[in-house]
Design a protein around this ligand. Sequence first.
Ligand code: HEM
Length: 117
Amino acid sequence: MDVLTHVLVALHIIGIAALLGGFLAQLKAVGAGAARFTPAMLHGALTMLITGVALVGVHQAEGHTLNNIKLGVKLALLVVILGLVYVKRDEERVDKGSFAAVGGLTAANIFIATLWV
Ligand code: HEM
């Protein structure tokens, strides 16, 4: 199970790379009002959901104690991220507020994951 956990964490990090990378790569375009949610961002957000839920399952199967409040907060933020990216995935110009919300909430989830023990 240890290998499975590590593989899932690696995929979880690849998901962050796709989601946050897609955001950061377009910071310049945000200023010009030309940023959009790319397929990589949508697939990254979906990867976060699938690998996150799978990690919870593996940890529970091994009898580990999980911080359910922290995971609930991470899940809630990801639902907002995923909702925004999914609903606006075909818009060629996404408004700055929605774009900033996705980047900000993703960064917030990284700090929640790493700082909240
Ligand atoms: C944008 C959304 C998310 C981000 C940026 C994110 C970020 C991270 C990061 C950086 C880690 C590694 C640090 C650590 O071990 O705590 C991690 C681990 C983990 N994440 Fe996420 N996460 C997200 C969504 C989720 C969701 C929705 C769930 C499940 C409900 C989840 C469940 C987990 C679990 C269980 C671990 C622990 C892995 C382990 O140590 O074995 N994550 N996450």
